[in-house]
Design a binder for this molecule. Structure first.
Ligand code: CS2
Length: 490
């Protein structure tokens, strides 16, 4: 058994491994982060790491809202973990020290609320995934019957949900005369800052209308576009990294060289000078957000459902099939690009070329199954917004329709060989029942799933320019399987 990564073992690491270039004991907390998953640790935490030598007052206290896994891994490591940056050219390791402490929220509710209410905390950031906002994905409004929302409104001192924690902490600050922190969402939601603001305002209003007005008027929720591909860490990653480090890291994170963060500059309580370490501050994030959600995530979801059905385990495996690469290039160039309106100077062609290479990165094992998760929460902003814009221009949507149809085929829970699919989605049970009701008819299956208004809204199910191609694509997926359908599609 090798030693564990920790403050004490930092000096034993190979020289090539970069370690925190600042005095960790001098760092104070400025940020509370909710949702300490792999993405946060490979993205925002690195932007913080890069600034701490100059601005040591922006350390992170990070919370898991559910599982103690990250705490169990990082606590014995003094919060340290390894970032592995991988591409065809090799691997670079770096130890990150920006996370000062991890809190497991369900076991330490008061502790977390206390740091959030502390005047030194000026930013509360979030990566809680789409479903963590307890909203209705089609409308972007709070789902008032969500069990966690119902619970948190009844028990404001014992929150479970991210909005519940934020609202209670803001309430405590308001009573104590402490100005609100900035709420910095780093999830792939459409207009993520505006969505979180809408959700929080409604949440506050439901407990007290005056507090609702306060949240609406006083709490800054800048929009952000976040981008870095971060597959789940595998045991093989752990083994390889242990060998390279000479010490054990229970939970390293593995990512690609590319990273991007575009942020709306609205931080009344101040912010790190992240622009000095690669972040871009702009007045309007929306064009970047559309670019990323529609080109990257839209392609990702399309690859995930079709690739999984075709028997490919990872995105790179799927992209190695030339028919899939052609489909994705066609999706981006022929169907998504016309819906984007980029500021002068943004180079979309280069972005798309880089995306194809990123998807093909042979050193990342990004499982199609992982990306396929939570489709009900992802489809609206990744594919359906593009569909709406295209229909407005009366433009074809063949490839977008194939992506939607592949999702439908996937959520039936049975693959092309008749084996079960482990469908992870907050709506999985309902989607499965819907599929069972429809039986073997693709026409009926499409009809039943299109009627789920939380996903498709009230317009798309009634537009034959959308439902027609979706039904046709689903019919082909059943008749020919995903591989042949992709090979013969447009
Ligand atoms: C992926 C994203 O899992 C998914 O749904 O599409 O996590 C994607 O890797 C990131 O958004 C890249 O920035």
């Amino acid at each position: 058994m090798s030693k564990r990564l920790s403050e004490a073992s930092l000096n034993d690491l190979p020289r090539a491994v970069m370690r925190p270039p600042y005095d960790r004991s001098a760092v104070t907390t400025g940020i509370v982060h909710l949702g300490v998953g792999a993405f946060h640790r490979a993205h925002q935490a690195v932007y913080v790491e890069d600034i701490l030598a100059q601005e040591p007052h922006w350390g992170i206290v990070a919370a898991s809202l559910r599982s103690p896994d990250t705490y169990d891994a990082l606590e014995p490591q003094d919060g340290l973990y390894t970032l592995s940056i991988r591409s065809g050219e090799g691997e670079k390791l770096r130890v990150i020290g920006a996370i000062q402490r991890v809190i497991v929220a369900p076991q330490a509710i008061e502790d977390l609320l206390k740091v959030m209410a502390d005047p030194k905390t000026r930013i509360v950031s979030l990566t809680v995934t789409e479903k963590g906002y307890c909203h209705d994905p089609a409308t972007g409004t709070l789902n008032e019957s969500h069990p966690d929302v119902v619970h948190d409104l009844r028990n404001p001192h014992l929150p479970r949900s991210a909005p519940g924690f934020i609202i209670e902490a803001l309430r405590r600050r308001r009573i104590a005369g402490v100005p609100p922190f900035t709420v910095l969402t780093c999830d792939n939601l459409p207009s993520n800052g505006r969505t979180v603001k809408r959700v929080l305002t409604r949440f506050a209003e439901l407990s007290d209308p005056a507090f609702g007005r306060f949240v609406a008027n006083e709490v800054a929720c800048p929009c952000t576009m976040v981008d870095r591909i971060v597959p789940a860490t595998s045991d093989e990653d752990r083994r390889r990294i242990r060998e390279e480090l000479g010490v054990t890291d229970a939970w390293p994170v593995v990512t690609e060289p590319f990273t991007q963060w575009v942020i709306e500059d609205s931080f009344p309580q101040g912010r790190p000078t992240w622009e000095t370490v690669g972040a871009e501050f702009v007045s309007d994030v929306e064009p970047y957000e559309h670019m990323k959600l529609r080109l990257l995530n839209g392609s990702h979801s399309t690859l995930a459902y079709l690739g999984y059905l075709a028997g490919y385990e990872t995105v790179a495996d799927t992209m190695a099939d030339p028919a899939f690469e052609r489909l994705i290039a066609g999706l981006m160039n022929e169907e998504v690009t016309s819906t984007l309106h980029m500021p002068a100077g943004a180079d979309l062609a280069a972005y798309k070329r880089a995306l194809i290479e990123r998807f093909k990165n042979p050193a990342l094992r990004h499982r199609t199954w992982q990306i396929a998760m939570d489709g009900s929460q992802k489809l609206p902003q990744r594919l359906l917004g593009t569909v709406r814009d295209r229909l407005r221009d009366d433009a074809p949507i063949q490839r977008l329709a194939l992506g939607v149809a592949a999702w439908m085929r996937y959520v039936t829970g049975i693959d092309e060989q008749g084996a079960p699919i482990d469908v992870r989605d907050p709506m999985a049970a309902r989607l499965r029942e819907t599929a069972d009701r429809a039986g073997v008819s693709p026409e009926r299956l499409a009809g039943e799933l299109l009627a789920v208004r939380e996903i498709f809204g009230d317009d798309l199910p009634h537009d034959a320019r959308f439902t027609g191609p979706v039904k046709a694509a689903l019919g082909q997926l059943y008749a020919q399987g995903a591989k042949r359908t992709v090979a013969n599609w447009v």
